[in-house]
Structures are given as C-alpha cells and as structure tokens.
Design a protein around this ligand. Sequence first.
Ligand code: G
Ligand code: G
Ligand code: MN
Ligand code: NA
Length: 250
Amino acid sequence: TQLEQALRNAIIADEIDVHFQPIVKLRNDDVVGFEALARWCDANLGYVSPAIFVPLAEERGFIDALAEMLLRKAAQAALSWPKELFLSFNLSSAQLTDMSTSSRLLTIVNQVGLDPRRLELEITETAVMADADVAQKIVAEFRSAGVRVSLDDFGTGQSSLGRLRDFTFDKVKIDRAFVSGISADRASEHIVKAIVSMCEGLELEVVAEGIEHPSEALKLKSLGCGMGQGFFYGKPADAVATMRYLADRY
Ligand code: G
Ligand code: G
Ligand code: MN
Ligand code: NA
C-alpha cells in the first residue's frame, strides 16, 4: 500500500522523529524524566499517528528497524539532558515476542553511550499476553542490564493484577482513563487510591498519565501518587524544544 511504502521510505531516510513528554514528581513538580513518542509527518500523507504506523511496522516486519532508529535518536537526545533524568521508551508487542530484542536495543544504548540505568521501557499488558514466557525472559534480560521496566496503560487491559504478581516491574503507569476527571469522579478516585496503595505494598513506583488540569494534579497528590505526566506539565515536544524546557527549569 501507499502508506506502507511511505513508511518504509521514511525509515530508510531516517525521517521519523522522536518527541519527548516530561514526567514530574507530583510533590514538587520536579522533572524526573521524559517519555519518547514517535512522530511522523509525511510530505504527501501529512501527520500519521504512531497508533497507525507502529502496528503497521509490526505487521510488515520492520518494527525492529523502526524501533532501533527511534531509540538511537531518543538516547542521543537524552545525553544532553541532566544525567539524573530518565528516558522512557515504548516497546511494542511484536518486540516482546522476539528474544533478540534485548540484545539489539542494549547494543544501541551502549553505542550511543547512554547509561542503561537511565533507560526505562514501557510495556502494555496486551503486549505481554502474546507470549508471556518470552516476554518475561526479555524483561529479565533488560532488568539485569540495569534497564527499568514499567507497565503502561495500567487498568485498561486484561488480568492486570496477575501480571503484577508474575512479572517483575519497576513502575506502573495508571491509564489516563482513570485520571481525566478524577477531581470530580468518586469511582476513579477510589480506583486510583487502591492502585497507589497496592503499588506501595509491591514497592512499585506509580505515574498518573494524562493530567490536564491542576485539580487533577492536586487530587492525585493527595492520594499519594508519586509521579505525573500530561498536557498540564508539558506536551510532547521535539529535542530542541525539550532542551529549552529544561533550560527554563534548571
Ligand atoms: O503519542 P500518541 O498519543 O499519538 O501515541 C499513540 C500511541 O502510539 C500510544 O499508545 C503510544 O504508546 C504509541 N507510541 C508512540 N510512540 C511509540 C514508539 O516509539 N514505540 C511504540 N511501540 N509505540 C509508540
Ligand atoms: O499509550 P501511551 O500511554 O504510551 O500513550 C501516550 C500518549 O498519550 C501520547 O501519545 C501522548 O500524546 C498522549 N498524552 C499525553 N498526555 C496527555 C494528556 O494530558 N491528555 C491526552 N488526551 N493525551 C495525552
Ligand atoms: Mn507510554
Ligand atoms: Na499509557
């Protein structure tokens, strides 16, 4: 198809960009890291969402090429940030069924010279479900290299609690479905409160995603949620704008 051909070309030409969205400590608004998000604007097709082109790349067998290009760019950008900031990178489901994923991505991190302890990988429950044994092994390899792993979109997938029991994660990202409107919605408030308390028991860090209003940030803080991310703190921005964002804060 036209989209597939354009995507192939964009990968070969190194034209897919990475943007960065800040993740903050809710207690004091300190930036603690950034999530890398793929961005592609094609000359003919215009803006294409990663929700479209990531699954297409998986289906057509070029997810590795895409992910390696994105991680290389993201890791290079992270080298210019203050070194205590982490880089959070999304892994797709196909990558979690392929045992070569960990060595491929660790090689890139080494080549670029990013401390693997600054890297976090976001994986979803759906991605883990395809082949839990293989996913488990891949996660273990990353963690033994010092890379941290977070469970993304928590609360929306299937058998969430089983995953937390069987897998070793470092962090849970609460899906924005529970965050938007939390200051007015009692059900979301109780759900988030329970997630935060469970994560305390499991010694997992917690990030609330999709914070758009100060009232949501306040509520999450009062529930003991450690970290937050969302348009209220910053929209995804390119590497240059991200450096400016940091310069304004440091
Ligand atoms: O940034 P945006 O809301 O458009 O992202 C849409 C979806 O695409 C989200 O689920 C996000 O996790 C995913 N996504 C964005 N960038 C990447 C990436 O680099 N790799 C993978 N696997 N998924 C990504
Ligand atoms: O699936 P994942 O959580 O990786 O997707 C992250 C996506 O959420 C990014 O594409 C980003 O653009 C989007 N996002 C980040 N913050 C907000 C927010 O405050 N509101 C909304 N609606 N989307 C957000
Ligand atoms: Mn994510
Ligand atoms: Na998410």
